[in-house]
Ligand binder design. Structure first.
Ligand SMILES: NC(=O)c1ccc[n+]([C@@H]2O[C@H](COP(=O)([O-])OP(=O)(O)OC[C@H]3O[C@@H](n4cnc5c(N)ncnc54)[C@H](OP(=O)(O)O)[C@@H]3O)[C@@H](O)[C@H]2O)c1
Length: 293
């Protein structure tokens, strides 16, 4: 099976390609930024023909589509770019997969849920509260047209990667340059370690899982608790972290997109179907910290 991974310069895409390379799989990476895991450069927001041409060139039997405009506030303020990158490009990839009988794995987000009831699972109704989430749902709608599709909904993907601005790396920077940091205490979600998500995504593809899965980490917690856990483990003072409500943060920072608040999820179906016991967030953090160079 030849696998094409989009977003090969990003946190998740890079990790998936690294794992596939290690196990000797036939894999190519495409992205906007050059790097060790990128075979071809492309700006997915430009036009569908470039996407079709590139897919025709590599002719994969499976695509793992990780690329997206992921900065939630930037999406709110640059809706056109967010739409072309996250929806139009996904539509083009889905169209190519339909025409070429390829499987499509799409990395969506648990932000598709409205955040008013923790414990969301695959049967819960969606209801995006910001534009980023709308675009991820738009991508899902396109992907569902592909006969063999898999949609994974993770959240707060974290891990050690010098070129990433993911939440763990933002916290790590406080260890090196201590400064006060405001953290929402009312956003509940299930932090998802990138290594776990990469392994699970590959295993899901290999096992032929299809449909929609909540693919978050196993524990729900608010962002302040997660931040304090990281502070304790990497060794900076909890005193640097100031809990604030999302409402107050949005008042202080105009342009900040709304966030789903009570967005805890139940990912047990995903790990049950995969036959994986996911590690706790504390254990995942220990693993991430051990990988710091
Ligand atoms: N990060 C999270 O907490 C989170 C949570 C839930 C779901 N997700 C979803 O998970 C997936 C992977 O996220 P991640 O954390 O790995 O994100 P990331 O580190 O921000 O990587 C995103 C990747 O997409 C590429 N990309 C963005 N715009 C592009 C464009 N116009 N053309 C071509 N490539 C483009 C980026 O390239 P450049 O390097 O050139 O920017 C990068 O390779 C995304 O689909 C995201 O929506 C993420």
């Amino acid at each position: 099976m030849k696998i094409l991974v989009s977003g090969s310069s990003g946190l998740l895409g890079k990790r998936i390609i690294r794992n596939l390379h290690k196990s000797g799989k036939d894999v190519v990476g495409i992205s906007r930024r050059a790097g060790p895991f990128t075979s071809s450069l492309i700006d997915l927001s430009v036009n569908s023909y470039k996407i079709f041409n590139l897919l025709n060139l590599f002719n994969p039997s499976a695509v793992i589509h990780c690329a997206a405009m992921t900065h939630v506030d930037a999406c709110e303020n640059n809706k056109r770019e967010a739409y072309t990158t996250n929806v139009k490009a996904t539509q083009a990839i889905a169209e190519w997969c339909i025409d070429n009988h390829a499987r499509l794995v799409y990395i969506s987000s648990d932000y598709v849920y409205p955040g008013n009831d923790n414990g969301y699972d695959e049967s819960s109704p969606v209801g995006p509260v910001n534009f980023y989430a709308q675009t991820k749902l738009g991508g899902e709608i396109a992907v569902k047209q592909v006969p063999h599709h898999l949609i994974l909904r993770p959240v707060v993907i974290f891990g050690y990667d010098k070129n990433s601005q993911n939440y763990f790396m933002q916290m790590l920077s406080l260890r090196d340059i201590p400064k006060p940091r405001e953290v929402p205490y009312d956003q509940i979600s299930n932090p998802t370690e990138v290594g776990l998500l990469a392994r699970s995504t590959i295993s899901a593809l290999e096992q032929g899982l299809e449909g929609v899965y909540v693919a978050t980490g196993p524990e729900s917690m608010n962002r302040l608790t997660f931040s304090q856990m990281i502070a304790d483990k990497i060794g900076f003072s909890r005193e640097l972290l100031f809990g604030m409500s999302t409402h107050d943060l949005m008042k202080k920072y105009p342009g900040m997109a709304p966030r789903p608040l009570n967005n805890g999820t139940n990912s047990s179906k995903f790990y049950h179907d995969l036959g994986i016991i996911p590690p706790t967030v504390a254990l995942s953090l220990d693993e991430v910290i051990a990988s710091i160079e």
